[in-house]
Design a protein. Structure first.
Length: 325
């Protein structure tokens, strides 16, 4: 008898085909999330669970797995939707998809950076609405990018990929994180390690690439936004709750900073009041890794993790700091 694998949301066909070669798959392709009761029911019948970041995998869901659930394989680099400490107690593996989406997410970060600096979304909307009647010298004046200072908060895989792209724009790169990079890596990126305050004070563009933890929640709030230049831009492609969105909306309304571009936001998918009224804000629906090739690669890695667990092996990309990893 084939093991049963539950896939909670839409999943690439290439990976589904591979999964179905070895498992009976319950596939929710409705476009809507499973309810908590449905999720508990499915977990109670499955040896593996393929989940989204939007699925709340709490103790009740994990307990429903009993002795038969082997792995919770998150389809994404994040995993803060899972009570992984409880999963560890129950001897259930938890995996994610690191190392395959950083270049694509860095591409989108730069698309947002250029888009907000050069007011691309505003200009497009203006033109589509038939308001463009000829060139004007003061039309949609934005900010320069070339030769400016980029501040990278969180210089992991994605942060470093973003910093590498800054070399082509002849930018000075400042970065901040808990641990300093090796000197050789700093030289390669033309990057300088600084305090958070110095980065916020000196950067023309601040880009966020940190995980969500107790220490990074609201890492950027009213006080930090007040440190930024009035000509500076905030780019956010990390986890929504890293930024206090109410403070950000207030800062943008007051023109305290020049603009912001978000691929994630605090109460996703709900927007914070005032966001839709702001022309100096770009908001995207969490599409950092949304290229066909990258999503296929992520999904195939999810399947490999599932097969590892079903074969009694340690999954190849367990979440960070897993005991014994």
């Amino acid at each position: 008898m084939k093991p049963i694998v539950t896939v909670t949301h839409n999943f690439p066909e290439l990976a589904l085909k591979k999964l179905r070669s070895r498992a009976e798959v319950f596939y929710n392709d409705s476009g809507s999330s499973l309810s908590p009761a449905e999720l508990i029911d499915r977990v109670g019948k499955s040896q593996a669970l393929v989940s989204y970041l939007t699925d709340k995998i709490d103790a009740a869901v994990i307990d429903a797995g009993g002795e038969h659930l082997k792995i919770i394989a998150n389809y994404g680099a994040g995993f803060n939707n899972i009570d992984f400490a409880h999963a560890q107690k129950k001897n259930i593996w938890v995996s994610n998809t690191p190392g395959v989406l950083h270049e694509t997410t860095a591409d989108l970060t730069w698309a947002m950076l250029l888009g907000i600096a050069r007011r691309i979304v505003e200009s497009d909307r203006f033109t589509r609405e038939g308001k463009f009647h000829g060139w004007q010298g003061d039309m949609f004046l934005g900010g320069d990018v070339y030769g400016k200072t980029l501040g990278v908060i969180g210089c992991g895989e994605i942060g470093k990929a973003v910093a590498r792209r800054a070399l082509g724009f002849d930018m000075q790169v400042l970065y901040h994180q808990r641990t300093r990079l090796p000197e050789a890596e700093e030289k390669k990126l033309n990057a300088r390690f600084v305090s958070l305050d110095e980065l916020l004070n000196e950067s023309d563009f601040v880009t966020l690439h940190v995980p969500l933890t107790d220490k990074t929640k609201h890492m950027i709030g009213r006080d930090q936004l007040a440190m930024m230049k009035p000509t500076a831009y905030l780019i956010h492609a990390a986890r929504g709750k890293v930024v206090d969105d109410q403070a950000l909306v207030a800062a943008l309304k007051r023109k305290q900073i020049a603009g912001a571009a978000l691929d994630v936001f605090e109460n996703e998918p709900a927007l914070t009041d005032g966001m839709t009224d702001l022309d100096n804000l770009i908001v995207l629906p969490h599409i950092g890794s949304a290229s066909v090739a990258t999503r296929d690669t992520m999904a195939l890695l999810v399947v490999d993790n599932v097969f590892d667990a079903l074969d009694g092996k340690t999954p190849r990309t367990l979440i960070p700091n897993w005991p014994g990893k």
